[in-house]
Design a protein around this ligand. Structure first.
Ligand SMILES: *Cc1c(COP(=O)(O)O)cnc(C)c1O
Length: 409
């Protein structure tokens, strides 16, 4: 209860937009309206008896910010409300969330199956790091349910996917893959960054854990790195919390505060960015020099039916292929004046990247081809600018291809 004596409603009974403004708020004795940043390492105890009881876990209260912190707790609670999760733990980055969720669920001798189309660092954790600790992994085509079933072994403990995928925006059947996991005593982890927590709810579709890079849409303004793992209370408290608490890849209270404030506008931003992405995708699909467009919100997306079933919209990313390969893709991107060249995504600023030479440069040409990462492919993260300015910018860059005669090659 605050200073004025206003009663608080149970945030679980509120609608999502209200939860994202009020959920999780812990108001101090000063009655501040905006959430406070508790930028502190430790906490003072009124007595030695309290110190002993808190350390033992006999008394509630904060002990040390590697274990928990009020600002971080506000962010975790607000995210849990949004996701419909029982519990959440924030992490220092998206990769800390991905690796802690994987390492938390496996032991030496276990086996992990993951879709081949993964964010580069996720692929490194699955293919290189897990095997170093005695955890074998198998990569499959995420869209092919028969491959998932065939890859399962008696010791398989985790299935791992991203959907939509980076960079080609394929969409996988989360409910069907969760069912395969559960029939075989395994858990499904979904990296939900590309869909955002506004447009897709993996826990409701059967996933056991959802992970985010909060660096992306949750921050939404390109400032702080962070991540979060959400799921059932038991899995979070027994498999995830001790690992984070003892190994330390936890979120700074400052970054948690930035994310907490950003959550207030997340649905507005995602909806506007998605509307812009749809307009940009439609423009590109009808344009000269564009060989193909991949956008989950378009009827010509290969998994358009699945998108309707499991997502509330097509998201904020568009992938498209420029005719003329790498020289044309480079000339096109270099000519852009509003859309910025950057490998990041989910920002208010529109960002474009050439996956073949940046995020996916470490892969062999064969591996890139298997993922659909051609030399002409560009991935565009659509921001909050006026869609007409974005379209004008893209149109001027297409003119550049005419001028240079590149797309004709
Ligand atoms: C960015 C990203 C990550 C990693 O997040 P960081 O915050 O950069 O560590 C993981 N998965 C996906 C899909 C991402 O886009």
């Amino acid at each position: 209860m605050s200073e004025s004596g206003q009663k608080k409603r149970d945030p679980k009974t509120l609608r999502p937009a209200t939860q994202l403004v009020h959920g999780g708020t812990l108001r101090s004795q000063f009655g501040e309206t905006s959430e406070a940043i508790f930028l502190t390492q430790g906490f003072a105890y009124p007595s030695m008896e309290t110190a002993e009881a808190r350390m033992k876990g006999d008394e509630p209260g904060y002990v040390y910010s590697r274990y928990s912190n009020p600002t971080v707790a506000m962010f975790e609670e607000r995210m849990a409300l949004l996701e419909g999760a029982e519990a959440a733990r924030a992490t220092a980055s998206g990769m800390a969330a991905v690796s802690a969720s994987l390492f938390g669920l496996v032991r030496a001798g276990d086996h992990v199956v993951a879709a081949r189309a993964l964010f580069g660092a996720c692929l490194y954790v699955v293919e290189e790091l897990l095997p170093r600790f005695g955890v074998a992994s198998t990569l499959v085509d995420g869209a092919d349910l028969a491959q998932w079933r065939a890859a399962i072994r008696p010791e398989t403990k985790v299935l791992f996917i991203e959907s939509p995928t980076n960079p080609c925006l394929d969409v996988y059947d989360i409910a069907a893959i969760a069912a395969i996991a559960h029939e075989n005593g395994a858990k499904l982890i979904v990296d939900n960054v590309f869909a955002t927590p506004v447009l897709q709810k993996p826990l409701a579709l059967g996933a056991d854990l959802v992970v985010y890079s909060a660096t992306k849409h949750i921050d939404g303004h390109g400032r702080c790195l962070g991540g979060i793992i959400l799921g059932g209370r038991e899995v979070i408290e027994t498999d995830i919390h001790p690992l984070l608490r003892q190994t330390g890849p936890i979120l700074s209270p400052f970054n948690a505060w930035v994310f907490l404030k950003s959550l207030e506008s997340l649905p507005l931003r995602v909806r506007q960015q998605m509307e812009n992405a749809g307009r940009v995708a439609d423009f590109l699909a009808g344009s000269r020099h564009v060989a193909c467009v991949r956008y989950p919100g378009r009827a010509d997306h290969p998994q358009a039916e699945l998108v309707k079933k499991q997502m509330a919209g097509g998201g904020t990313l568009v992938a498209f292929e420029i005719e003329g390969g790498k020289p044309a893709a480079y000339a096109f991107a270099n000519r852009l004046s509003i859309i910025t060249i950057s490998n990041n995504l989910g920002d208010a600023k529109s960002l474009i990247t050439h996956p073949a030479t940046t995020t996916h440069q470490r892969l062999t040409p064969e591996a890139r081809a298997a993922l659909g990462v051609s030399d002409g492919l560009l991935r565009l993260s659509v921001g909050l600018e006026d869609a007409d300015d974005l379209i004008d910018d893209l149109d001027a860059a297409l003119d550049e291809l005419d001028r240079q005669g590149l797309a004709a090659e």
